[in-house]
Design a protein around this ligand. Structure first.
Ligand code: ATP
Length: 326
């Protein structure tokens, strides 16, 4: 019942009425407006299909979630977080966009941007490592997308190369917002501060102020989440540091035989740079993989770091041709 649908009155449909006249009606998209094609992938709670809008012939990825399974596994909360978050993040080329949501008796449907290039992890596995040029380009796009979601009050909390998809132009789109944390609407925060009813230091908290529980993937989890059970915007930048390292080396900096051993490495900052790791990149990673989140580089500092010398951000970055993978 909580399921709010997106995309009411999104199209027109021509129908013939009883007297044979053509009437144009505004309609909400539904399952029947798409033809479903091959399966693009499967998650623990969903299947993702290639689908075509019958009217416009535009292709999408449609994520189908079986209601019964979600209820049984108690994942309703995550399904709603993902939808609410995507509905907040509709204006950036680096975030998978949610166009419509609808449901039928058995399933929920998310109509999403199609990312035909697959996961960044898959591409990285094929090449083994990225050279500096590719690493700079892809990490710049990831950073630009993080910058946008943070500005909209969203912490992703599970950034990793599996959650970075690639479109047909080989530009990135971040996905998987099921474990995101929604901060208070920044406009609401400002209004409350102006009226003196909100402490400005509260800007980094949940709507309900509850403590964050463990979410994420062992290799990319920030030390503050492990020691204080608390994720903040800087936690995404820790993961970003892990990703920059991984693109250049081919594996993440903290990796061990079990989750527990990986966590031990993280909280002790136990990792090494292989020989030949580029110096500017090393300096950047060292300033991101800092245990104290308040001492990590901020997004503005990262953009001005020498590793990104000459790199465009913002609109220009998304109009550039992606470099050939090497
Ligand atoms: P889990 O729920 O187990 O963590 P997941 O988050 O990868 O898995 P989904 O988001 O449902 O689950 O995605 C399932 C698969 O479909 C993924 O492997 C992904 O590569 C593919 N996929 C997801 N979204 C898209 C998209 N917009 N375009 C193309 N492929 C996609």
């Amino acid at each position: 019942e909580e399921w709010q649908e997106r995309g009411a009155a999104v199209g027109v449909r021509r129908e013939t009425d009883a007297s044979g006249r053509t009437v144009v009606r505004q309609v909400k998209k539904g399952v029947r407006d798409f033809s479903f094609g091959r399966i693009l992938g499967e998650g623990s709670y969903s299947s993702v299909y290639l689908a075509t809008d019958r009217q416009t012939l535009k292709e999408y990825a449609i994520k189908v979630l079986e209601k019964r399974h979600i209820i049984k596994e108690k994942k309703i909360k995550y399904v709603n977080i993902e939808k609410d978050t995507l509905n907040r993040l509709t204006e950036h080329p680096g975030i998978v966009r949610l166009y419509y949501t609808f449901q039928d008796q058995n399933s929920l449907y998310y109509v999403l941007d199609l990312c035909s290039g697959g996961e960044l992890l898959g591409v990285l596995k094929k090449t083994g490592t990225f050279d500096v040029e590719c690493t700079r380009f892809y990490s710049a796009q990831i950073l630009d997308a993080i910058s946008y979601m943070h500005s909209r009050g969203v912490i992703h909390r599970d950034l990793k190369p599996e959650n970075v998809l690639l479109d047909d132009q080989m530009n990135i789109k971040i996905t998987d917002f099921g474990t995101a944390k929604l901060l208070q609407d920044p406009r609401e925060v400002r209004r409350q501060m102006e009226r003196g009813i909100l402490d400005p230091s509260r800007g980094d908290e949940d709507d309900d102020g509850r403590a964050a529980s463990f979410v994420g993937t062992a290799e990319y989890v920030s030390p503050e989440l492990l020691t204080h059970k608390n994720a903040c915007k800087a936690s995404d930048l820790w993961a970003f540091g892990c990703i920059v390292y991984q693109l250049l080396v081919g594996r993440p900096p903290f990796k061990a035989g079990s989750e527990y051993l990986t966590f031990q490495k993280i909280v002790h900052l136990e990792y090494e740079f292989p020989q030949g790791f580029p110096l500017a990149a090393r300096d950047l990673v060292e300033r991101l993989l800092v245990l104290d989140p308040s001492r990590r580089l901020t997004i503005e500092h990262i953009k001005n770091h020498e590793f990104f010398d000459g790199q465009a951000f913002g609109k220009t970055l998304w109009r550039m041709k992606a470099p050939r993978l090497r």
